[in-house]
Design a protein around this ligand. Sequence first.
Ligand code: ARG
Length: 583
Amino acid sequence: MNIRQLLTDKFQAAMLAAGIPEDCGPVVAQARVAPAKKAGFGDYQANGAMAAAKRMGTNPRELASRIVEHLDKGEMIEKAEIAGPGFINIHLSESWLARSLAAAEQSGRLNIAPAAEPQTVVIDYSHPNLAKEMHVGHLRSTIIGDALARLLEFQGHKVIRQNHMGDWGTQFGMLLAHLSDKLENNDAEVALADLEVFYREAKVRFDDEEGFDDRAREYVVKLQGGDPECLKLWQQFIDISISHSEEIYGKLNVTLKRSDVYGESQYNDDLPVLVQELLDRGIAVEDQGAVVVFLEEMADKEGNPSPMIIRKKGGGYLYSTTDLAAIRYRANKLKADRILYVVDARQSLHLQQAFTAARKAGFLPESVALEHCAFGTMMGDDGKPFKTRTGGTVKLSALLDEAVERAEKLVAEKNPDLDADTCAEIARKVGIGAVKYADLSKTRTNDYVFSWDAMLSFEGNTAPYLQYAYTRVRSIFRRAGIQPGELKSEIRLDTAEERALAIRLCQFGEVLDQVAKDTFPHVLCAYLYDLASTYMVFYEACPVLREGVPEEQKQSRLQLCDLVARTIATGLDLLGIEVLEQM
Ligand code: ARG
């Protein structure tokens, strides 16, 4: 259920009936003031009368009252009041809210209907470079991309995960040369156990060792020429690298599977075909030996088109060529309606060029959306890009281990009586949840500061806070000795706190729709945090199990509690974060 959408439809109809042109549609928004405190302002506000009145040359307050006259309030709206110069404050009906909650309590999906028009959505995320060290930027892409994948899937869309791994390119020359030496000495397995170390060793040899660079270059030529021995070596390296990534995905509770890997190498055969086609059609031209697409669509201030090289002077293909091939594949073979790129903001020019060139070449139907879900850089406490104390790249698996270790200490401190297994399990969920939530709760386009203390805090907008809120709600049921399924009586919203909580609960679907549309997961985090806080206020004000609470009221309040727990659990699950029964 999406309250904002339901209200928008109602107001759109009322405006049409009041003789207002269709394109002066209403703008419905949640009231900014917390409804519990200032019920007078209403729960939602409809704007639009003022803009329409200006266009029609009439009085805005009069127009607003005409809209209200034509409004079909149905069971949903208690009253609609005109305020100020022509705002319309909307009060939702209590019985409607209560009935909506009862429906949510009965439904396995919290009354969230699947999307009316399911789409095929391709999500390009995680995509580490197997020839280089995996860095924290890939952590952000992995976490954000996975949350979007889960959420869109929950909404009923067909999500196709594409792990566009960097598994091809000149970098592999030095790695394969190094690997073949290791194989000769029978210590390849040991050497590949730690890919960062392996990469560094190869790089040192490439930089310092006589003749090694020539051998590396030979390997590149052989690899690109399809030499079977060389391909075998390459395949071995790729397999082990993918297993390393899978280990991280496992630790991170990320849904990516091996079958989602569709790396750059998959497009090899298409690259010469694609370049030739663009040359033949005059979309690309030869320029100083290279093949270039000049994009007038992205011209600079002086009017110079933006150049996008798709074949180098020596004949080599580039990252951009592969991306053009990938767009064509995703639109035509995967039949995507929407393609999301969860990629570092610093690649924004590259992606803009690829999108523009692909459209220019007609590689995809107009209707297919290409969206860059950009994210900023992860910073250390010192405000510089996140590095180890010695300035090296932070190994992702070490970072995740540290998260769990730190969580374990905290959990053991808080609850010294836990047995070791339970403590370890809680620590895993809390530690990993904290890392993921810290990332997801920030506006993704901004840089963000990685801080252990902030993310592991039990107060504020953090995973531990929400996980803890969940356990507290669940403990009420343990104390009451009641299963949520046994609750029967009607939901009643007797107090302002219950009403405020009811509205928040009913807004879950609206929030999911917004995140699906705008791809900003922090909106969901902010909602869950707000829901948990609203619940705390309710819990203070409204006794649930206390003696003397009438049975019907107790049952009603327990249902509210259950809805809070389920909404938090579902919301966190969509973010890829687990809940626990105690902590
Ligand atoms: N592997 C690339 C990197 O680490 C990111 C790939 C992003 N996806 C894409 N289709 N270009 O920088």
